[in-house]
Design a protein around this ligand. Structure first.
Ligand code: GUN
Ligand code: FE
Length: 488
């Protein structure tokens, strides 16, 4: 007998990722969600007339006199798992659309560090973070991996806000003790580690917030700091802490990291040396990784957050994601605001699609203008599953934005797809209502309207937050066009 009673039952079409190459479409799905926010059962093929009967069969109907809320999806709506944004910077949202004529290192110096430094003022954090978090939720992001700034107090503010609005999030107080302006630098490695420890302790009681050890990137961290963070990240006796950082984003950055750590064979080895490369490590970008690095990342079980929008904006390059998938590396998607110009995972999926097409065309024309150029002329495609060389399929894009992201976060047992026992972190997408005429169907397209795969494709390529009708995290409605603030 279930420990929890059923609180909500959803009835309607459901689309679920199943693998990198497939997804499940269930036109008449009935899902029971427990009061703890986890999925109790899923019944397929329940027609309108059979809903009550199916609920009775499940034996949960009005048990203990509790009201069960039944949510019937309307025409043009479908359910899918919420998006997982595996890499973004909450404090950079006010800078969206700023400074894209520069490449990474200059852009950081001129725009990013000055903005982030403003979060020394907790009142500023309290003013801007609530709107920023809301913006990510309205885009349909149910789990978000946020960087905050170096400031402990403002990082706590971000954690408090995420907790109060009910989003699931991985949040890291950013660590940096060198090669950044004096006005935006932690005073010592020791202090940086201490503040991180304090942040982790603060976040621990917040059930949907996971603290993340966040060395910004190798360049901004001394050896002492990397060593301290490696130790901290691996000290936890129960579940190991998450780790997030940037890797191999831009050629000048890669060269500088090499100069700073001549004792390490490559960029990935720097993190590996300090025990920062393992399952639960989220590596943003990875545009210019060589074969050894890809093999090491795969072996360690770390994941790559592919941030195509940012990689285009800052002219960093085009990450050969297909090659990483062929090598068995876990891959998710990241908006990387404000290198990326949008907090929307839909935009990120579109740019991931275009990026993969650019790589595929490069293969076809024999002109590989990305990281593959130096190392793949002898690359053996023989045993691969064939992702490199082709644009990413719809199923792959959907997987990367959901279950792939969950794998990168080492949370695939909890989130990423809608399966029994997992959290109800879900969206109701609405292609009919709202003010997005690009998605209104013609009557004569009846058949296509009924084709869920086609609806998913239309949502991914021309949907936006007007089409995100409901956003649930752990069974709680927290956003979407149907959400009224303060209602629950
Ligand atoms: N590398 C180090 N810091 C950053 C950042 O804030 N954004 C991006 N895109 N790359 C980085
Ligand atoms: Fe980033």
């Amino acid at each position: 007998m279930a420990k929890y009673t059923i609180k909500t039952i959803f009835h309607g079409p459901l689309i679920n990722p199943t693998s990198l190459l497939s997804f499940d479409t269930i036109p008449k799905c009935l899902v029971g969600v427990n009061s703890d926010g986890n999925i109790a059962w899923i019944e397929r093929d329940v027609s309108d007339g059979q809903v009550k009967e199916a609920m009775d069969r499940k034996g949960h109907l009005h048990s203990d006199g509790l009201e069960v809320e039944v949510i019937e999806l309307k025409e043009g709506q479908f359910i899918m798992p919420g998006f997982i944004d595996t890499h973004t910077h909450a404090p950079q949202v006010p800078n969206i659309g700023t400074g894209y004529r520069y490449e990474l290192l200059e852009w950081l110096e001129k725009y990013t560090f000055p903005l982030e430094a403003q979060f020394a003022d907790v009142e500023y954090a309290k003013k801007v973070y609530p709107e920023i978090v809301k913006r990510f939720i309205q885009c349909g992001t149910t789990t978000c991996c946020y960087y905050s700034t170096i400031h402990l107090a403002s990082s706590k503010v971000l954690a408090d806000i995420v907790h109060s609005v009910g989003q699931r999030a991985l949040i890291g107080k950013c660590n940096m003790d060198r090669h950044c302006p004096e006005y935006y630098r932690e005073e010592s490695a020791q202090r940086s580690v201490e503040d991180t420890r304090a942040f982790i302790k603060y976040v621990e009681p917040l059930p949907l917030v996971y603290p993340v050890v966040t060395p910004r990137f190798a360049i901004s961290c001394s050896r002492e700091l990397l060593a301290g963070l490696g130790e901290l990240a691996n000290a936890a006796s129960t579940s190991p802490l998450h780790i997030q950082t940037h890797i191999s984003e831009n050629p000048s950055e890669v060269a500088w990291a090499g100069e700073l750590f001549p004792e390490c064979k490559n960029y990935a080895s720097i993190y590996d040396k300090y025990h920062l490369l393992r399952r639960g490590t989220i590596l943003a970008h990875g545009v210019w990784l060589d074969e050894d690095e890809v093999a090491l990342i795969q072996e360690r079980g770390s994941g790559i957050s592919h941030c195509p929008t940012s990689n285009f904006n800052l002219k960093s390059g085009v990450a050969p994601v297909g090659r990483y998938l062929d090598c068995g590396v876990k891959v998710g998607l990241g908006t990387d605001v404000s290198g990326g110009f949008s907090p929307s995972m839909l935009v990120t999926m579109r740019n991931a699609s275009i990026a993969s097409t650019v790589v595929a065309l490069g293969h076809q024309h024999g002109r590989l203008n990305c990281a593959t150029s130096g190392s793949t002329s002898t690359y053996d495609h023989g045993s691969n599953s064939g992702f490199s060389g082709s644009p990413l399929a719809l199923a792959t894009l959907f997987f990367l934005a959901t279950l792939g992201g969950a794998q990168v976060c080492a949370l695939e047992d909890r989130i990423g797809s809608l399966d029994v026992g997992k959290a109800w972190d879900a969206l109701i997408v609405d292609l009919q209502e709202g003010s997005n005429p690009a998605l209104w169907s013609q009557e004569s397209e009846e058949e296509e309207r009924n084709n869920l795969a086609h609806q998913l494709e239309r949502f991914i390529f021309c949907g936006d937050d007007r089409n995100v009708y409901g956003v649930w995290v752990q069974g709680r409605l927290i956003g979407g066009t149907s959400f009224v603030e303060g209602s629950k």
